[in-house]
Design a protein around this ligand. Structure first.
Ligand SMILES: [Ca+2]
Ligand SMILES: [Ca+2]
Length: 246
């Protein structure tokens, strides 16, 4: 690691102050055999899962509103945990590593086609919900994306995707959307890279952080940002590499 970005002080109820290690605590809780968490969680179970992080009492409820927009009363557990990784504060590499491990169900260190499909659909679905203008990924679209990944990324042609192959593929894909090396990567960039935003978003001014995920009400900002989009694009300067510090 080159330049060390500074990270915010942890507030257990604000996802954008979480680090990947907090996501790992929740993941560890999910994998505890005596807890028997299912593929789908209720709001109550989700709160309990997140409560594995000391002091986390309200984040589960905030995030639930985002992840269950149709009020189905159930959230896919893997997607819920992926959402934590999406919304926390850590480098792109660290996040991608977490996601890779999270969806390596067989724990064999590489991705089968099925694992890739679930990884992509769960993570991008969480991301699209958190970015309110995102389009939810369709099954066919994710199958196709997984096919593309295997064609493009399986460098050693062994029919599975190793961690390095996945990281390279994802970063190249996202980098096509982000102008300038070391520039901060926003969720909208990632969604655009995977065809899940209707049109390329204006990049926000460098000084502005993306709004915290948990604060639903803050989403009003998106309109304002749209009005200023030209100014924002023109005024965009080189931000300090934070989200994408390699
Ligand atoms: Ca595997
Ligand atoms: Ca391979």
């Amino acid at each position: 690691m080159g330049n060390q970005p500074s990270f915010p002080i942890l507030d257990p109820n604000k996802l954008d102050t979480w680090r990947i290690r907090h996501c790992e605590i929740v993941q560890g809780e999910y994998l505890k055999e005596d807890k028997n968490y299912d593929f789908g969680v209720t709001r109550e179970d989700f709160n309990q899962l997140l409560g594995a992080v000391d002091g986390c009492t309200t984040l589960g409820n905030h995030l639930w509103e985002v992840l269950d927009p149709k009020r189905a009363g159930m959230v896919a557990t893997l997607e819920g945990i992926a959402a934590l990784a999406v919304g926390c504060t850590d480098s792109m590499d660290v996040k991608l590593n977490f996601v890779f491990k999270h969806f390596d169900f067989k724990r064999d260190g590489d991705m089968s086609h099925d694992e890739v499909v679930i990884l992509l659909s769960s993570t991008l679905s969480a991301m699209a919900k958190m970015e309110k203008s995102g389009i939810l990924p369709g099954d066919d679209q994710m199958e196709k994306l997984a096919d593309d990944l295997f064609l493009d990324a399986d460098a050693d042609k062994d029919g599975t995707i190793q961690r390095k192959e996945f990281l390279n593929w994802a970063k190249v894909k996202i980098a096509q959307q982000v102008i300038g090396e070391g520039e901060e990567v926003f969720r909208a960039d990632v969604l655009t890279s995977f065809g899940l935003l209707p049109e390329a978003p204006a990049r926000p001014p460098a000084a502005k952080k993306e709004p915290p995920v948990a604060a639903n009400e803050n989403s009003d900002n998106s309109n304002e940002a749209g009005d200023n989009s030209e100014a924002a694009a023109e005024g965009a300067t080189e931000p300090v590499a934070e989200g994408y510090a390699a």
